[in-house]
Design a protein around this ligand. Structure first.
Ligand code: GDP
Ligand code: ZN
Length: 301
């Protein structure tokens, strides 16, 4: 006979010292056992963490252990150097943009894709508001991303068939749902699952509080299985944390050219004999993507 299993749950939200943990499908408020607070190897318990919980005699709940993370999305505050984990255990990233209203900011899309590549999280693109743009414009704007190997889902909250396809992509995964405000993230999730509790315009309001306000991430359980992770703040805040990964290889279409550079440590900017720069000149790498690369590179230095 095995030892009785400690109940496990997933952290949906954190606020100060309070944690909302989904246990057997039910959200429960938990606190942290003191011993865990001190465990340096874990750091802080984050949204998305799978935790062990214990129910105390008085009916309250404590988190008594944290399971090893598969990954974490984090950023480091400049100056303090302290790592802030935004979310743990995400296994998908959906970068959501509108085809129009607002016009897509492709430099931000490229940043999201770098974030995904650097953390080895498979990413796909959602191009929303197809109803007010049309196929041709949508593919003209987002076709590049299909060419370099990302799946692009063209959606509209007004086209139920596309919402079903989105649901299939989210089912069973923990998906970071990122994108600027106003592109329809809340609307899409509400169309997928009425009653998810996301108010249209909610994220925008949170962002208007100020660029430097930290708004915590939040996991929403899906009826189709899995979770979407709201990451307010990632839509506008600067994040250039790529960790140990090489920035150039986070641009996946650069990879085939990297061994054509004359210098092993080529930054692909001013160096002679650069395979990436040559590919840009030859039209094999899109200039917009190269400019995003140079932009992020400049911030890292
Ligand atoms: P979020 O900030 O990304 O969560 O965006 P919202 O879901 O709040 O949507 C912003 C605005 O765009 C709202 O007025 C929505 O009604 C509208 N919207 C969202 N999706 C669509 C769409 O597919 N088509 C059209 N025409 N409008 C949309
Ligand atoms: Zn180079």
């Amino acid at each position: 006979m095995g030892a009785p299993e400690t109940p496990r749950g997933r952290v949906l939200q954190t606020a100060g010292g309070a944690y909302t943990v989904e246990v057997n499908g039910v959200p429960r408020e938990c606190s942290l056992r003191g011993r865990i607070k001190l465990d340096k190897s874990i750091g802080r318990v984050a949204v998305g963490d799978v935790v062990e919980i214990e129910e105390l005699d008085d009916g309250s709940c404590v988190i008594s252990g944290v399971l090893p993370r598969n990954n974490k999305i984090s950023r480091r505050r400049t100056g303090s150097g302290r790592e802030q984990v935004i979310a743990a255990n995400a296994d998908r990233l959906a970068a959501v943009f509108a085809v129009v209203r607002p016009e897509p900011a492709f430099s931000l899309l490229d940043r999201f894709l770098v974030l995904a590549e650097a953390n080895e999280i498979p990413a796909f693109v959602v191009a929303n508001k197809l109803d007010i743009a049309g196929d041709e414009e949508a593919r003209r704007k987002f076709g590049l991303y299909e060419e370099i190997g990302y799946e692009v889902l063209y959606t509209s909250t007004k086209l139920p068939a596309n919402i079903d396809v989105l649901g299939e992509h989210l089912a069973g995964h923990v998906t970071l749902f990122v994108g600027p405000s106003g592109v329809g993230k809340s609307s899409l999730l509400n169309a997928l699952q009425p009653g998810l509790g996301l108010r249209v315009g909610e994220l925008s309001q949170a962002l208007q509080r100020g660029k430097h306000t930290t708004v915590g991430a939040c996991l929403h359980p899906l009826d189709v299985g899995g979770y979407v992770v709201d990451t307010p703040g990632l839509g506008t805040m600067e994040f250039s944390e790529v960790g140990e990964a090489r920035l150039d290889s986070c641009f996946r279409e650069f990879r085939t050219y990297l061994d054509q550079c004359r210098f092993d440590d080529c930054a692909h900017v001013h160096e002679p004999g650069c395979g990436v720069v040559e590919a840009v000149s030859a039209g094999e790498i899109a200039r917009s993507r190269y400019e995003s690369y140079v932009g992020i590179l400049g911030e890292r230095e």
